[in-house]
Design a protein around this ligand. Structure first.
Ligand code: UDP
Ligand code: BGC
Ligand code: MN
Length: 344
């Protein structure tokens, strides 16, 4: 009895020790596979695909609103470990929308959010568009993986001008801003030409304390800034910055001047345009001719002269339009709008 009891005690102790060991190894295993561990791995050992598998698209009622998360997810790192730097772009003539949808299964209704960390900014990408379907396809093909590697919560909006009245890029972008805010309180807006594809994913699609111009160079201009105050192509402004300048003017019909007008508005508010380094802020513009319905705006100089006087009453607060449809296919929110026509 005495011998048995001490042997039994030892056995029992051994059992508890074994159980303790088991618990510790389970805890260590959980810790290893938590977000922190993934984030601290060297870039090479975290493949984009592996992390993409952990991503989820989320519904319009933000996941944060109705989910009880057992442990709070940490903020995404300052610098995403998924960035690749200079990219190899491809413009395959046989590429289809189905292909691009297949490549981006985690994007729903144009929207994506990383699930393994909380994105530092929620960003709406606004693309003014009419009859440039091929360019749109190439842009979606490159932009979705690009934005996911930047670990952003984002949505892509395509704002389609209905009809064949003269094109108005600036007004479409005002509409995009106003409509996107009905979905979500986006922190940051990227005003994005449909034909410009970013060449380097270190060109971050996030907003700064100042308005940011993202296209320092493009292939078609030898990768040089066109002129000192150039603020066209792709720009990033926070919700507040864009509101402060009263958005774009609605008065620029046809090609040219609306981006210079926005630059003036920014300067009038004593804000300062910032740009990423030239080696990073590089774009390929898909070649195109001037579109019919977007002829040079002969009034642009006259309009630019009036900006300091009219900016307060010509902009977001006077942008009238009719939304004809809002569709939500997998890769973008498709807004079709009637923005009227030039006065007289
Ligand atoms: N755009 C469009 N359809 C048109 C005219 C313009 O979609 O018929 C949009 C498109 O996003 C384009 C942007 O407006 O990238 C600016 O026009 P464009 O490319 O002609 O200007 P560029 O910078 O090449 O001079
Ligand atoms: C126009 C801008 C245009 C720029 C670059 C300027 O003359 O006013 O709207 O973006 O040229 O092409
Ligand atoms: Mn262009």
């Amino acid at each position: 009895m005495g011998v048995c009891s001490s042997a039994c005690k030892m056995l029992r102790r051994g059992k508890y020790f074994f159980l303790l060991l088991l618990c510790l190894s389970v805890l260590a295993w959980i810790a290893m596979f938590s977000g922190d561990f993934v984030k601290s791995l060297p870039v090479s050992s975290v493949t984009t695909q592996a992390l993409a598998m952990r991503d989820t698209a989320h519904s319009w009622t933000s996941a944060k609103d109705n989910m009880i998360t057992p442990t709070p997810i940490q903020a995404c790192p300052q610098k995403s470990p998924l960035l690749q730097g200079a990219l190899k772009l491809n413009f395959e003539p046989t590429l289809t929308l189905k292909d691009v949808e297949g490549e981006n299964k985690r994007v729903a209704e144009g929207q994506f959010e990383p699930s393994y960390c909380t994105a530092r900014q929620s960003v709406a990408i606004l693309i003014p568009h009419r009859s440039r379907e091929r360019h749109l396809l190439y842009l979606l093909h490159h932009l979705h993986p690009f934005l996911q590697r930047q670990q952003l919560h984002y949505a892509v909006y395509v704002i389609q001008q209905a009809g064949d009245v003269t094109f108005n890029r600036a007004k479409l972008l005002n509409v995009g801003y106003l409509e996107a805010l009905k979905d979500y309180n986006w922190d940051c807006f990227i005003f994005h030409d449909v034909d410009l594809v970013p060449e380097n994913d270190h060109n971050l699609y996030i907003c700064d304390t100042q308005p940011k111009h993202l296209v320092v160079g493009r292939n078609s201009t030898g990768y040089k800034l066109r002129y000192k105050g150039y603020f066209g192509g792709v720009t990033a402004m926070s919700r507040e910055q864009f509101h402060q300048v009263n958005g774009f003017s609605n008065a620029y019909w046809g090609w040219g001047g609306e981006d210079d007008d926005l630059c003036k508005r920014v300067e009038l508010q004593k804000m300062k345009i910032v740009r990423p380094p030239a080696g990073i802020a590089r774009y390929t513009m898909v070649f195109h001719k001037r579109d019919s319905g977007n002829e040079i705006n002969k009034d642009s100089m006259k309009l630019l002269g009036r900006t300091p006087v009219v900016w307060k009453k010509d902009g977001l607060n006077s942008c009238s339009y009719k939304t004809l449809s809002v569709e939500r296919p997998p890769l973008y929110v498709n807004l079709t709008v009637d923005i009227g026509k030039p006065q007289s």
